[in-house]
Design a binder for this molecule. Structure first.
Ligand code: PLP
Length: 457
């Protein structure tokens, strides 16, 4: 331990902000399995990928060997508008819990999109602009990604077409209007504007949509409209790369005060914030320099790491995207209707899947009522109203801190607080009214999803 007093908030100087992203794949002995062409089952080539993605991003996607990528100057400048994000010492929460543990959280909710997603949105919009494209298409579920992307596109004067899962489009009109304010066009998915949308509507009339289905529509429009490409807010290795700005800032801040974490915790949907937070630390583990306990937290109702299979799967319902090897519940999996807390994607980043399979990371699943209880406790003592997604990490951070209380261990816990929850007040309302319930899928419930996995030799 050192004698420096640790402030409530550790901020970095602008000059201390990362100038490069860190590609953890370069240090992995077991590389993540390559993306496969869904038709031929051969590894995707650059020329195939760049028909869907911006060329520079496709190169990042395929690059397993370059450890650092320079962050272009214009992206660094945009980052300065809302970064560095604070690393907060949760003194008040520690006191309330009566734990000897030291708890820190990296807060990514201090921008209008309300989450970490802007870190990758601005990078993706930048590369699209540099390539001379007219615009990009994407999907959004709850709306955080669509919001972040619409902000990034308006900054670079790019057109932004968002396919929004229909039930969210209807239930979250405010997010939709934020996107439109930033100039994006927002279409409820499935829609009649695409072939795949029409097909899904014919098969499932009245469906309220899913992320996988919105992805298929966005990809179709991108590949069939001149001057457009598709961009994605999570899961892909390029997104995880951009999100390492979170982990790099965290590490610099901790190093400034000589703090070494014991446990690093993040919520896991597609894996981008967790991957970004832990990459620099996992890199040290991979190089044999240090050891940390890394914990991914996922909903018990969408348990891709804890109960999924490590297999090649479709990334989307329409089966138009490349196949990725990942921990997955199957692209046919849909979480039960009472699931409120986000993190509903069926698969997990192939980088994190490999790290998990190699034992460098653990995973825990938590039930949503316990997640909202943690969210409420955190809001009341630390002041920030957390996103339900982020609250998965809060749950496990509190659980670990309470274990320290029993054992007397003074562990240092760092967790990622990915965003704020102002647009999730229906879920908070259900919790406050005592109307929120938990549903853990049975093995029987998971079977159709597993049955939908493609057969790859
Ligand atoms: C999208 C989102 C997540 C989950 O996405 P990952 O790619 O797993 O990081 C978590 N928290 C918030 C606030 C989000 O918006």
């Amino acid at each position: 331990m050192n004698n420096k007093e640790i402030p409530y908030k550790i901020y970095l100087e602008e000059s201390e902000m990362p100038k490069q992203w860190y590609n953890v794949r370069a240090d992995m002995k077991n590389k993540p399995a390559p993306l496969l062409n869904p038709g031929t089952h051969q590894p995707m080539t650059l020329s195939e990928l760049e028909q869907v993605f911006c060329t520079e991003l496709a190169k990042q996607e395929l690059d397993d060997t370059t450890p650092y990528f320079d962050i272009p100057q214009e992206i660094q400048e945009f980052y300065k508008m809302y970064r560095p994000s604070p690393l907060v010492r949760a003194y008040c929460l520690e006191k309330k819990l009566g734990t000897p543990a030291k708890i820190y959280y990296k807060f990514e909710g201090n921008n209008t999109s309300g989450s970490h997603k802007l870190n990758s949105a601005i990078a993706q919009a930048y590369y699209a602009k540099k390539q001379g494209l007219k615009g990009v298409t994407t999907e959004t579920g709850a709306g955080q990604w669509g919001t972040a992307l619409s902000m990034a596109c308006s900054y670079f004067d790019l057109d932004c077409k968002v396919y929004m899962v229909k039930c969210s489009y209807e239930q979250k009109p405010f997010r939709r209007e934020v996107m439109r304010t930033y100039g994006a066009s927002v279409t409820p998915s499935p829609s009649e504007t695409t072939e795949v949308g029409k097909k899904i509507l014919a098969q499932h009339p009245g469906t309220t949509g899913s992320l996988g289905c919105a992805i298929s529509e966005a990809v179709e429009v991108a590949t069939q409209t001149e001057g457009y490409r598709y961009v994605l807010g999570s899961v892909l290795s390029q997104v995880l790369l951009h999100q390492t700005v979170i982990g790099l800032e965290t590490k610099t801040a901790l190093d400034k005060y000589g703090i070494t974490p014991d446990i690093i915790i993040g919520c896991a949907g597609g894996g981008s914030n967790l991957g970004g937070l832990v990459s620099p630390f996992v890199g040290e583990m991979l190089r044999g320099e240090k050891n940390y306990q890394v914990i991914a937290v996922e909903p018990a109702s969408c348990p891709s790491l804890t109960r999924g299979k490590y297999a090649y799967d479709f990334c989307d319902t329409g089966m138009v995207c490349p196949l990725a090897k990942m921990y997955t519940l199957g692209s046919g999996f849909i979480p039960s209707a009472n699931h409120a807390g986000g993190l509903r994607y069926h698969g997990m980043s192939s980088v994190l899947s490999q790290l998990y399979d190699d034992g460098l990371m653990e995973a825990r699943s938590v039930e949503q009522t316990s997640v909202f209880a943690a969210a409420q406790q955190f809001a009341r003592i630390e002041g920030i109203l957390p996103a339900p997604e982020s609250s998965h990490a809060i749950r496990v951070a509190i659980d670990e801190a309470l274990k320290c209380k029993e054992t007397g261990e003074e562990k240092t816990i760092v967790f990622g607080l990915t965003g704020t929850g102002y647009f999730d007040m229906y879920a908070y309302q259900a919790f406050n009214d005592g109307k929120m319930s938990d549903y853990i899928p049975t093995d029987e419930d998971l079977k159709p999803g597993f049955d939908s996995l493609p057969k790859i030799d």
